[in-house]
Design a protein around this ligand. Sequence first.
Ligand code: GAL
Length: 678
Amino acid sequence: MEKKILFPQVGGFVHGGDYNPEQWLDRPDILEEDVRLMKKAGMNSATLGVFSWSVLEPREGEFHFQWLEDIIERLYQNGIYTVLATPSGARPAWLDEAYPEAMRVDEMGLRAHHGGRHNHCMSSPIYREKTAIIDRKLAERFGSHPGVIMYHISNEFSGECFCPHCAGKFRAYLEEKYDHDIEKLNAAWWTAFWSHRYNSFEQIEPPFVHGETSVMGLNLEWKRFTTWNTNDFMQAEIDALRSVTPDVPVTANFMRLFGGLDYRKMAPALDAISWDNYPPFHNDRETLGETMVETAFHHAVMRSLKRGKPFMMMESAPGLVNWQAVNKVKRPGVHRLACLQAAACGSDTVQYFQWRKGRGSYEQFHGAVVDHLGTDDTRIFREVAEVGELLKKIAPAAGTLVKTKAALLFDWDNRWAIDDAKAFAQATKRYGSTCSDIWKAFFRLGVDMDVVGSDENLDDYDVVVAPMLFMLQPGTAANLKAFVERGGQLLATYCTGYVNEEQLCFLGGFPGDGLKDLFGIISEEIDTFYPSDRNGIRLTDGTIWEVRDYAEILRVQDAEVLGTYTEDFYQGGAALTCRAFGKGKAYYVAARTDGARMESLFEKMLTDAGIPVRRLPEGVECHVRTGESGSYAFYLNNTLEAVSLPGITGRDLVTDREVAGELTLPACGVAVVHTAAE
Ligand code: GAL
């Protein structure tokens, strides 16, 4: 297997983070000290330029780049590479003063005032023009510097703008999509309802909160348009940079399962996927192990956006953040666990926000590698330096990949459609956490699922779970049928196949688009529960799975019934079915039950697919990266007790010792066990 190392210049893992020297230009002593401290912390990278616009271009057309050049050069001379950001994440005051149309308009039609960040109109021609100018200038000045290893586009793209420019672009987007035929749009959006028919595209407005919000097709297309427009903006920035330096790779930092943008549509434009990881460590709802496994799910989402390449953990907090409801510090040892987890899940980088705490403004108390104290003898600094050492030890694992034969389907459109549907119970729809709950159940069985789109090629997988696939894209049903036919094990759940890609309900029985034949059932009704309501599914072996929130009443046409309801007027009705189809099997679970309860079913699906199951002690996590040099099994002990794991052999890169049968991990301990390729 070819090694796909993201940063050959670094030759291993990138260890770095957001660095804002522009906040310290009057303190050359601190800038000097930064380099010494970065080296001491084992950092080989710094992300420069995020939000630096007002220092780079203090007045329109007046560029001040020397300070940045000095820093990039000094870092490079000291073995520290630069990830260079474009500054478009926040606008300087002169820009908004001269060009107020760059400021976003909200869903009430109100234009924002200057300030904050991440609040530009993505369509504004002048904002795009100004962004392209500074991006090109940055590329001209720095893109060929040997220290610059990547461009970081803007920062955490997000949000919608309802200004006249955006509304016009939205209409143009719709005209294109519906072949300039308003009747096609009327049909797709079911506008005869409440007299909402349009005579022309000119009559269409974005879904203002005090305007049209009752047409699901409009709401959905607005979301799709927002992704399209953001992508278009991002592509314009990429084009500006590439017009000067076509070979510098680009990324844009994503945020978990962020609801505002379909990241899968943005991924192709990027050379690497990066994301910002801020788990709510030590909260009052979860154990450390639970927080960690939830995070592993999000890593899997990011990893799967560009399969076949490592991803990047672009930001994480060295200590605490300043924006959680309660900003708790990471307990000793947890930083190492979190960083090694990113590497374990397929990241080639461990990067932080932020290198040094600023003195003022919004993030003055946000955790950093260097505190206001300013020294290298703090607990956090020591823990970061320890991670720096660790990443050097495990460098051979950089560029290797997490490979799996199991996938979970997750679609952003589907999420939008479920959330927007006037149905079910708003508080319990929980599509995202339903997906992560199932992902975690497979993880406990030792299977690190990819998280892929329903229309993606499933050839790499033998087990697929499609939770709440309410909306079917064109081709999804055929994709799933082909998967099962060639021997795949598929599980779908309640809420599958209710609407098509326009959010129009299928006629003739759910799940639609032919899926009722694949599963051999029709879902005739869905019962929504109050939070305290319960039902159960009794399996053929007598086990009972508790049911919450949703239960569908099925008509079984051609499927084996594996479980029936225990309560209510549909007691005895089918709740879990299986249909053999081609060489594979299509399971349908008609009600919501915990992923943990379904583990026995998942285990059967895995076993039938020939995928080995491996249970580790509670709180212990394992991910395997493989490449031409062999495999690297990352073990994380997310508990405060030592654990011993039998049946493990290989060389632990962390201790540089052979493991001959039993691996012992101290509390919060980590190991990376290498087994050479045959
Ligand atoms: C991220 C953002 C950073 C910083 C950080 C604080 O969302 O990209 O600039 O604000 O949060 O946790």
